[in-house]
Design a protein around this ligand. Structure first.
Ligand SMILES: [Zn+2]
Length: 247
């Protein structure tokens, strides 16, 4: 294959831009913010479910309190009715009165027990409320720090995107003037040779594979016409000759 020395040099420029684009893509995929965001997201998911559990615990306890207070109220009103009956003098027989008095006593004991239950539930309610405040605050913090990490990632990504855009434009300008067959060869080699299709021959060494050319190969390269496209014997990349090639 033949190509003018100028086009061959352009291939090196194209290679530099393609390598830059590869690096930018790699940088975009491996931004430390990605791992950071993943960690913060999973923290947030966990805190959300802890907050939901705390809220459920709180509303269960609130319901329990309403029920316990109703129980107290029932006993209290029954005791009040009995007391009223006794005070009204409507209960004639001494036996009935004694029964009634006994019941009032039993109800007073029952009411006191139920009030203890109410107090115990109120204590649990208080700690359930504390837990809800704590968990919602931690959840909100996690949400906030996730949003901050996303902002940092977006800023880093935007910087990369801007450079990708600029490099892509430069690349298109250069690629447009490189002969199609040379470009095709370069593209194919880039795919099979880890992203490098064209390498400079620098001080008798192929910069693609870092191997120094043998005496025989050097002789062949020296003998090749300037517009002959030469390839590295070792890695088969396109070798670009410059004044530093050591020929
Ligand atoms: Zn090589």
């Amino acid at each position: 294959m033949n190509a003018s020395p100028a086009d061959q040099i352009r291939l090196l420029d194209l290679q530099a831009l393609d390598s830059r684009l590869d690096l930018l893509a790699h940088r975009s995929n491996t931004l430390p913010e990605h791992a950071d965001i993943q960690q913060r997201s999973s923290d947030l998911t966990e805190l959300r479910s802890l907050a939901v559990a705390a809220e459920t615990q709180l509303s269960d306890t609130q319901r329990e309190l309403v029920k316990a207070e109703q129980d107290v109220e029932q006993v209290r009103s029954r005791a009040a009715r009995n007391q009223q009956r006794m005070d009204s003098g409507a209960v004639g027989s001494a036996k009935d009165l004694a029964n009634l008095q006994h019941e009032v006593g039993a109800l007073a004991k029952r009411q006191s027990d139920l009030e203890d239950v109410v107090l115990e539930i109120m204590e649990r309610l208080e700690s359930a409320q504390t837990r809800v405040s704590e968990m919602t605050a931690r959840r909100d913090d996690a949400q906030h720090s996730l949003a901050e990490a996303e902002t940092r990632r977006d800023a880093a990504q935007a910087e990369i995107d801007a450079e990708v855009e600029k490099v892509t434009r430069e690349r298109a300008t250069i690629a447009a003037v490189i002969p199609a067959d040379l470009l095709k060869l370069y593209t194919r080699l880039r795919e099979t040779q880890g992203g490098t299709g064209a390498a400079r021959l620098y001080q008798r060494r192929c910069e693609g594979c870092r191997v120094e050319l043998s005496i025989t190969d050097l002789r062949e390269v020296r003998a090749a016409a300037p517009d002959t496209v030469v390839r590295c014997e070792n890695c088969s990349r396109i070798l670009i000759r410059t004044s530093d090639s050591g020929l």
